[in-house]
Design a protein around this ligand. Structure first.
Ligand code: ATP
Ligand code: MG
Length: 569
């Protein structure tokens, strides 16, 4: 490809975006931001995306057949599964103006995922147990009304995803396929150049599910997820579900002090509270009230430094609940929100205390009286020590893995893919059953498996760059060679054109920088910014050779084009 004929313009514009990938991909002319979270893949960027998606495609072809589902779907499908009401990122599409709505006033769903579209298709094409298992996938554009689109390609409102769905007649068959998918994912990420930094992480398997799902998380500082790694146990958890023990307290042999109510108005957060009360933050207690649909009230308490993990609490309570309304809080505690505590709660309130609350002397808790806190509270003396403590907190750095007692290694990561057991959630909604050998109807089991292909393009830039630009893994780079012609001298032009021809003939993808209006310095800067592995230079000094340099090295070597081909490919 001749640069002069390619739809490409890099920009020296120093605008920095909120992430390295957003900055470098826009400076390099890979993508253009149409609006927050929505990007155009320019010709250069599309080459990278296509290479990523082709690697994913090659690996998925081993396990399923590719199809292409629509971006638009009727609301009825989403109503059938109940998800029209519950998926909180779902977009609607309808005629944008009067004239359009006059012709057709219907509104549709802009698909965020495709279980709801695919299940009835599978039901029609795979009705019998003899047709199972079945697996299909697509690589397609998804739409999600994400509250915060950020970090360039890492979180978009429109993004690319590979989504595969599998259907099974038995649990064993499902499990077998699920394990095969994990292996396929490991191979895929290895081929994409992030294998060594991508971990299989346990994550939530959905509300009330006893199973976990598995996320493929790539270590990356810009990533939104936090991974807890128990090294000796060799398990990793997403922060959302990581089981945890609070680090042991330092206070020991402290004498019990007289319990006391202290006025402390409008102190927001445990840090100011602890400072005001002149106690360590570890002695503060966060008590949060929840209520169930049936009006039961639940109090959950954690050491002040923690947050309540509603996911963990929900599994223990075994019921859905929501944050108690200010009216309920007032009714139960007699106080405004912010002063709930563990003392003297009505007996019908179910109390769940986190293990981080245990073993503390002279701790603080809300006084259940507006503007008041109680200090020097002690189990046994001021309130009975519960028979059981739970793990209902969001894990924090410094916490211990409960099984081994080791301190977790904690790191930020970006979820590049996941594998998920769907059970019969969707098949039951559509009445997709099969008749077994005995003639009875059985529900079909289902799994879903996603890979964020556009997010991966962003993750690659986050991981592989230096202060001059991107350093693509060669298998996904937009071109294999950047050939820069550093002079308009006729002999140099001829040498450039000849090298270009030889390389192209050998099947090498070359970006030939033949621009007449760019300086040598600009061309070399572009070579670094675009991150192509091999940089070849022809100049007045190179004669019948080319100057060869790797993107990652500083040294150059002179050689003929034929020799370069032998050397590099
Ligand atoms: P996340 O927790 O990051 O929102 P998710 O759990 O919603 O992801 P899935 O719905 O399973 O993820 O989507 C499959 C894959 O698609 C994810 O693993 C991720 O790589 C990618 N993905 C999800 N949401 C986005 C987004 N808003 N922008 C870019 N990629 C995304
Ligand atoms: Mg999401």
């Amino acid at each position: 490809m001749r640069y002069s004929q390619f739809f490409l313009k890099t920009s020296k514009d120093a605008k920095e975006f909120d992430s390295v990938n957003a900055t470098l991909l826009q400076k390099g002319g890979f993508i253009h931001q149409t609006m927050a979270g929505v990007y155009t893949f320019l010709p250069l960027g599309l080459r990278v995306l296509n290479k990523i998606e082709n690697i994913v495609r090659e690996e998925m072809d081993k396990l399923g057949s590719e199809l292409l589902m629509p971006a638009l779907s009727p609301k009825e499908l989403w109503q059938t599964t109940g998800r029209l009401e519950t998926v909180d990122v779902l977009f609607e599409a309808r005629g944008a103006n009067e004239a359009s709505r006059k012709k057709n006033d219907a509104s549709y769903v802009l698909n965020a995922t495709h279980e709801d579209v695919l299940t009835p298709i599978a039901q029609q094409f795979r009705p019998s147990y003899k047709d199972l298992p079945a697996a299909v996938y697509q690589i397609q554009t998804k739409f999600r009304n994400e509250p915060r689109a950020k970090s360039g390609l890492l979180r978009g409102r429109e993004f690319r995803m590979k989504d595969l769905y599998s259907f099974h007649a038995s649990e064993e068959d499902f499990e077998d396929f699920y394990e095969k998918m994990k292996v396929a994912y490991t191979n895929t990420f290895q081929r994409l150049g992030i294998g060594n930094d991508t971990y299989v992480v346990m994550a939530s398997g959905g509300s009330f599910s006893k199973h976990f799902s598995h996320e493929f998380q790539t270590r990356c500082d810009t990533g939104e997820d936090v991974v807890f790694h128990a090294m000796t146990a060799n398990v990793l958890f997403n922060r959302e579900i990581a089981p945890s023990h609070a680090p042991p307290l330092t206070q020991q042999g402290e004498a019990e002090l007289p319990i006391q109510e202290v006025e402390g108005k409008g102190l927001i957060g445990v840090e100011p509270l602890a400072e005001y009360l002149k106690i360590p933050v570890e002695k503060t207690t966060k008590t949060i009230l929840f209520e169930t649909q049936e009006g039961e009230v639940i109090a959950a308490a954690v050491r002040g430094t923690y947050e309540i993990n509603e996911n963990k609490l929900e599994k223990i309570v075994g019921k859905e609940f929501r944050l108690a309304s200010p009216e309920t809080v007032k009714q139960v505690t007699g106080a405004e929100v912010g002063y709930a505590g563990l003392l003297n709660l009505p007996s019908e309130v179910q109390i769940y205390m986190d293990e981080s609350v245990k073993g503390r002397k002279n701790f603080e808790t809300g006084a259940n009286r507006t503007h008041y806190h109680t200090i020097n509270v002690n189990f046994g003396r001021d309130l009975p020590e519960p028979d059981q403590f739970y793990d209902i907190k969001v894990a924090r750095e410094g916490d211990l893995h409960p099984e081994t007692g080791e301190v977790y290694e904690v790191f930020r990561a970006s979820e590049v893919g996941n594998v998920f057991r769907l059970g019969t959630k969707f098949t039951e909604a559509f009445g997709y059953t099969y008749t077994d050998e005995k003639g009875t109807q059985q529900p079909v089991l289902m799994g879903s498996y996603g890979i964020g292909t556009s997010r991966i393009m962003g993750v690659l830039v986050e991981k592989f760059h230096d202060d001059r630009g991107i350093i693509w893994p060669s298998q996904v780079a937009p071109f294999q060679v950047y050939l820069a012609e550093l002079s308009a001298d006729l002999l140099v032009q001829r040498a450039g054109a000849s090298a270009y021809e030889q390389l192209t003939k050998a099947g090498i993808e070359v970006l030939y920088d033949d621009r007449k209006n760019a300086s040598a310095g600009e061309k070399l800067a572009d070579a670094d910014l675009l991150g192509i592995l091999w940089r070849l230079v022809v100049s007045k000094k190179t004669g019948d050779k080319v100057e060869v340099k790797r993107r990652t090295e500083d040294s150059v070597e002179m050689m003929g084009v034929k020799e370069f081909l032998r050397h590099a490919f």
